[in-house]
Design a binder for this molecule. Structure first.
Ligand code: ADP
Length: 307
């Protein structure tokens, strides 16, 4: 095999209570990439369609993550990368992670899979370091493993795949305002109180238990963030109203996707998720902010080969 075309899923990171440790992959929202294995050494990005992003290998997350894999692989040749972006950069649904994971996953396939998925996460994290200044894994892990993932530990890296309940759907709305990941990290406090910690890890445990036992009420009760959302939501106009209207429409829970400005909600069943999409959309229509809205099943496979 010399070339491969892949679907690179969008991802929701943090999932309310799990800042920097929880993430989930989406099924109907994502980029495409075509990767060619070539004799010429190094990595070149030969095409980038849909977004205005750098083509230079060292400035594009696909190039940086790909170089990390290439150097570790000992392969003497190189790769050419074509990127077809559907996910807007800085939207909070893992635009950078889609490119870095797509690159390393496809290259690993073209080299006959020398690396396990956990190692691909490490390579892809180098792309996240470039995008946001922090090598976080909560977007790249679900894109590579599929479904929900928990980063139990960063040092050493320990990724735990979590069950995805079969009737769980995500609704995501992206208001067209810019919130840079680096800015939304800067406003966070570096200390939390023990009182908030207790509430937060209670919810992380509850959410994981709810996902494994497919207990939708428990999932809903656990989708609460006492630490990051109260601060970050200030950067997202309409957030509180979107949340209220989503819950009224039947969502199990609603929160900020990644570092925002996208907002996600989980629902049991597609029809409720569609109702939630309407309710969210009305909020932004009323305050006259343009938006994109998506409803997606959970993607349990992660990156997929396209023909
Ligand atoms: P998201 O949360 O959607 O991933 P980030 O703000 O984390 O958005 O990442 C976007 C940043 O990464 C932008 O500064 C963008 O220029 C940079 N970047 C570099 N290469 C890519 C790429 N291939 N896809 C998306 N973003 C990229």
């Amino acid at each position: 095999m010399k070339s491969i075309r892949v679907f690179c899923p969008a991802t929701i990171a943090n999932i309310s209570c799990g800042f920097d440790v929880l993430g989930v992959a989406l099924d109907t929202v994502g980029d495409e990439m075509v990767i060619h294995k070539v004799a010429k050494k190094g990595i070149r990005i030969t095409k980038l369609v849909g977004q205005d992003l750098p083509l230079e290998t060292e400035k594009n997350v696909a190039g940086v993550a790909g170089m990390a894999l290439l150097e570790a692989s000992g392969y003497e040749g190189g790769f050419e990368i074509e990127i077809f972006k559907n996910i807007k950069a800085g939207s909070g649904i893992g635009s950078s992670a889609a490119s870095s994971t797509g690159a390393v996953w496809a290259m690993n396939q073209l080299l006959d899979e020398p690396f396990p998925t956990s190692k691909l996460v490490e390579f892809a994290m180098e792309g996240e370091q470039l995008a946001s200044g922090v090598a976080h894994a909560d977007n790249v892990a679900p894109a590579l493993f599929g479904g929900f993932t928990l980063v139990r530990s960063y040092n050493p890296l320990d990724i735990i795949p979590i069950n995805s309940p079969s009737e769980l759907y995500a609704t995501i709305i992206h208001p067209q305002i810019e919130v840079k990941t680096s800015d939304s990290r800067k406003i966070l406090k570096t200390n939390i109180s023990l009182k908030d910690g207790i509430k937060q890890w209670g919810n992380v445990g509850g959410l994981i238990a709810g996902l494994f036992t497919e207990d939708y009420d428990l999932i809903g009760r656990s989708l609460v963030d006492h630490i990051v959302e109260p601060i970050r939501s200030i950067l997202i106009p309409g957030f509180n109203e979107v949340k209220t209207k989503s819950m009224e429409a039947g969502a199990l829970g609603c929160g900020i996707s990644g570092s925002g400005p996208s907002i996600f909600a989980f629902s049991k069943g597609e029809s409720i998720a569609q109702e939630v999409a309407l309710a969210m959309s009305r909020v932004y229509q009323n305050i006259q902010i343009d938006y994109d809205v998506h409803v997606s099943k959970i993607n349990t496979q992660g990156i997929k080969i396209l023909n």
